[in-house]
Write a protein of this length. Structure first.
Length: 211
């Protein structure tokens, strides 16, 4: 985190969560925002038929939740630790007041909010105007940004994402994801290494999204 926020954040005690622990429950009325110092946190929601959708994964040195509904409205998203995490819990009002008098800190926060909005918009556009194959490609490209480790000419996604996980992130069924991942493997764009996804041709994978 930039210096504009370091001093402010030191005033708040950090809490550790193990992997797959709920941090904010669906419908929970919280007046706090969390700063994620270490680890990754998923934002998920359940559909009326019980399917889980994970539209966003928060990376280290970011805040969540970013959308603060009015008091009379309910946030139905669940926030859960994907990995072990360290977070600080900050009253929304105190953060808001600090951002008002610290333009540099406000700029950092606004950039995160902008990136968050753009990523969700990109996913929505792909879902509306493209097909399942391209949506899976977009999901893999997003996971590379967060978990990609470059190894010679390949990229290893350093977290075990199952087809079910990718289905949750893309908003597709597991069966559809498996079919699209098979297509990618047949094109020699991806492979697997001890259950981890390997991107064998990153440039070609990006090109698929443009087709």
């Amino acid at each position: 985190m930039k210096n504009a926020l370091e001093t402010f954040l030191k005033e708040y005690k950090s809490t550790l969560y193990r992997r797959k622990e709920r941090i904010i429950l669906p419908g929970e009325n919280t007046n706090y925002v969390f700063y994620l110092a270490q680890g990754f946190v998923t934002q998920s929601i359940l559909s009326p038929n019980g399917n889980q959708f994970t539209p966003y994964i928060f990376a280290p040195q970011t805040f969540f939740p970013l959308i603060w509904p009015p008091d009379e409205e309910i946030d139905n998203y669940e926030y859960e630790s994907l990995t072990p995490v360290e977070v600080s819990k900050i009253p929304k009002e105190e953060l808001s007041e600090y951002l008002k008098i610290n333009p540099q800190a406000a700029g950092i926060f606004n950039r995160q909010l902008t990136n968050y909005s753009l990523e969700l918009l990109k996913k929505l556009e792909t879902r509306v105007f493209s097909d399942a194959f391209h949506l899976v490609v977009l999901t893999l490209l997003d996971l590379i940004k967060l978990f990609g480790k470059y190894e010679d000419r390949t990229i290893l996604i350093e977290y075990w994402f199952t087809h079910h996980d990718i289905a949750n992130i893309s908003g597709l069924s597991r069966e559809v994801v498996t079919k699209q991942m098979t297509k990618l493997a047949e094109k020699k764009l991806i492979s697997y290494k001890s259950h981890f996804i390997v991107i064998d041709d990153f440039k070609a994978l990006k090109t698929e999204l443009e087709i």
